[in-house]
Ligand binder design. Structure first.
Ligand code: DGJ
Length: 728
């Protein structure tokens, strides 16, 4: 709900449990007032009276140098007395870059704003569009705020318009800016940091004077830093306390900053990475920023995560695919790597069919000349020397056995040893005259160029058109370097990063539209592009190349801070694990993988009879709980980064069913008394836990809890919980 009070010129935006307030102060600047627990429209006047700071009697004060330096703003200015990081900066023809935007008008429209060529929230109840104008040019700025009654997420974005005739250059265009008030240094910040095979580790640090900046300058959202920051009030933990989430629905190079000012207020803002960014805006041109999903939780990090999960499922992921029962996949990568032929694949397919799997996904190595990672990328036609009878033979075999077929692509890449590169060396990103940076022996295609995207669209489409393919795994295995395109003039190279992201979105949009019956899974050398932008096209994403039964608990835990479990592809792989060398019980690998879109990635022909029996049981188990994976609420019970246990719990929305998965990392004679208090159940309902033969009320299970089982190293447990005596 969006209220506007014309007397106080204030706005109060409210979602499920939060309100967000701002007003146009006497100088016409858009001042932030409030963000927190839901309040009523009647309090808007109070907010202005109490929080409309600084309460200067003279509107002209805002024109003096310093007056805006402490003003909580919805759009930080540059060069006019606000010395904190700016939000939008425009450089004009004469080189001057001071930028300060004042209110012109606003409108409240029904529904969401569609962003052409970029991922965006698919729906909203209402959107407030606030139009501001630069003090020093004809540049206009729309600040957009979309709210929905059933969501704790406020969607923000900005649109910059050149309403004049003179060309200008956008030097910075963040998507949002907001401010949290002075609480004397009691806030901390949580980011999701990591590396390849260690994605999204939650890292919490105190916020202090100065600027915390998280970013990716790799051309995509990255393994190293997710485009997400949370600001936590003092005392905020998993279950209680206030926190604020900032999630960019963007897959390109980004930055999010949290600046603690001299008066201890915190300005948080973010968007496209502004490092060497520039965007030319001719008269009449319009530039739209990516959207950001802001979330307030009064119920700790757990509450914030559940709000984000609902948001991604209901507002971002393709509604046709989001609640689709996920196929149990058998992927051949770790079973064969590049070394396969028909016989090897057929034997895996045969076994997969016997074990009850749904889809065989043929990974890297099926195309061009691709027997290792040094060649073939870009040549998206089947290698018939390797696969006799081509894809048709493999697909035919899958069909015979009752399996569907999926295929791996890495559409954004090219090998120098490929026909594509030999024909179009200039299509690879690089700078003529300089040796290109290679990574995994490959180069990145210049997706800022439409003809390159068109070509890849055509070649990938041809394969998808001519073969019965129900699943695509879309990989991306390196960072972007050089950051240069010969297709843009010298003064427009600052557009490179964002144009690359737009090229990726263009291809994703066209392919997912052209093949509505294909299920697209995202991947980037594991989970290097696991973000809200990618989820718009890919309902699930390969979470990490690390499938170790212990490490995975951490990666999935961290990923779940923002993203729903249904969006995480989780596979059972062989031991010793190929990444860590560790051996964990088969049951543990299966249990951990069941907290996501589960699948297998190992040579099924090498499994023992006992392991095969376990696979059958795991699949049977998954079919009983996949509804909870797709639609349930996640409660994180035991933090794998802090102690000897991992435990997570999924609870159905109607609270009649729940599923618990736990793991004990080390056998330890002294920690078996650990009590696990369940969460999310209905206190008044009675539940049975199948594995424990226990019946108790939700109140008892959540209040008194249960002991964690005593288990050997990396032992795991699963509990199926179901409501009993529905009618008392
Ligand atoms: C990286 C992915 O994360 C793996 O699953 C696999 O597809 C390889 N690339 C193939 O090159």
């Amino acid at each position: 709900m969006i209220y506007y009070n014309s007397q106080t010129k204030s706005f109060l935006l409210s979602g499920k449990n939060y309100s967000y307030g701002m007003y146009i102060n006497r100088a016409g600047l858009l001042q932030h007032l409030y963000w927190g627990k839901k309040i009523g429209a009647a309090d808007a006047a109070f907010l202005v009276a109490a929080h409309g700071l600084p309460a200067s009697p003279n509107p002209d004060d805002y024109n003096k140098e310093i007056a805006t330096d402490g003003m909580p703003s919805e759009c930080g200015s540059f060069g006019r007395g606000d010395f904190r990081p700016a939000t939008v900066v425009v450089r004009r023809k004469d080189g001057a870059a001071m930028s300060r935007f004042r209110y012109v008008s606003h409108k409240i429209v029904k529904g969401a704003l569609h962003l052409q060529g970029m991922p965006c929230a698919r729906k909203a109840d209402e959107t407030l569009i606030l139009t501001l104008k630069d003090d020093f040019s004809d540049i206009e700025l729309d600040l957009n705020y979309s709210v929905s009654e059933d969501s704790d997420v406020l969607v923000r974005s900005a649109v910059i318009r050149n309403a004049g005739k003179d060309a200008a250059e956008i030097a910075k265009a963040f998507s949002f800016c907001t401010e949290l008030p002075d609480t004397r240094g009691t806030y901390s910040a949580l980011r999701l940091a990591g590396s390849w095979a260690r994605e999204r580790t939650p890292v919490i640090t105190p916020l202090a004077e100065g600027t915390l900046r998280i970013e990716s300058a790799r051309g995509y959202s990255s393994h190293q830093m997710n485009p997400f920051l949370a600001v936590l009030s003092e005392g905020c933990g998993e279950e209680r306390g206030e926190c604020y989430g900032f999630n960019l629905l963007y897959s390109g190079s980004f930055a999010i900053t949290a600046d603690v000012s001299q008066n201890k207020s915190i300005r948080v803002q973010g968007g496209i990475n502004d490092y060497l960014f520039g965007w030319q805006l001719q008269g009449g041109d319009v530039f739209a920023t990516p959207q950001a999903a802001l979330c307030y939780s009064g119920e700790g990090l757990g509450g914030m995560s559940r709000a984000y999960h609902d948001f991604f499922r209901e507002y971002i992921i393709d509604p046709k695919r989001v609640y689709m029962r996920r196929p149990i996949v058998i992927n051949n990568w770790e079973a064969t790597y590049f070394d396969f032929d028909n016989e090897k694949l057929f034997s895996i397919i045969d076994e997969a069919a016997k074990l009850g799997m749904d889809t065989f996904v043929l990974d890297d190595g099926w195309f061009g000349k691709r027997d290792g990672d040094a060649s073939g990328l870009g040549d998206w036609f089947v290698n018939e020397r390797k696969l006799k009878g081509g894809l048709k033979a493999v697909i035919g075999h899958c069909k015979e056995k009752g399996l569907k077929f999926g295929l791996w692509f890495e559409p954004e890449m090219v090998s120098e040893d490929s026909d594509l590169y030999r024909a179009h060396p200039d299509w690879a990103i690089g700078k003529a005259g300089a040796e290109p940076c290679r990574s995994r022996n490959q180069l990145v295609l210049d997706f800022t160029r439409k003809e390159v995207v068109d070509y890849i669209f055509e070649t990938v489409s041809k394969i998808l058109r001519e073969n019965d393919i129900s699943y695509v795994k879309w990989d991306k295995n390196r960072d972007i370097t050089e950051n240069y395109t010969a297709s843009l003039p010298a003064d427009r190279q600052g557009e490179f990063w964002h144009r690359y992201a737009l090229g990726f979105y263009d291809l994703a949009e066209r392919l997912t539209k052209a093949f509505p019956n294909v299920f697209f899974e995202g991947c980037a050398g594991g989970g290097g592009r696991f973000d809200g932008g990618a989820l718009y096209y890919f309902p699930q994403i390969w979470t990490s190349d690390d499938t170790d039964g212990l490490e995975r608990t951490k990666i999935q835990w961290g990923t779940s801070v923002c993203y729903p479990v249904s969006s995480m592809s989780c596979h059972v792989s062989a031991c010793p694990n190929h990444q860590t060398g560790r051996t964990t019980p088969f049951a543990t690998r299966g249990a951990v993988a069941s907290l996501g879109a589960t699948g297998y990635e190992l040579d099924l022909t090498k499994l023992s009879e006992e392991e095969k029996m376990q696979v059958r049981e795991q699949i049977e188990n998954y079919k009983q709980i996949d509804e909870l994976v797709l639609k349930g609420d996640l409660y994180r019970l035991a933090d794998p980064f802090d102690g000897n246990y991992f435990c997570e719990m999924l609870v159905g929305k109607d609270k009649s069913k729940a599923y618990v998965v736990g793991e004990r990392f080390r056998a330890d004679p002294c920690d078996h008394d650990r009590v696990l208090k369940l969460r999310g159940l209905d206190e008044g309902k009675t539940y049975a836990i199948r594995e424990l033969n226990v019946t108790a009320s939700g109140a008892a299970l959540m209040g008194a809890g249960l002991f964690c089982p005593r288990l050997p190293d990396c032992g795991s447990w699963v509990w199926h919980i179901e409501e009993v005596n529905k009618k008392g």
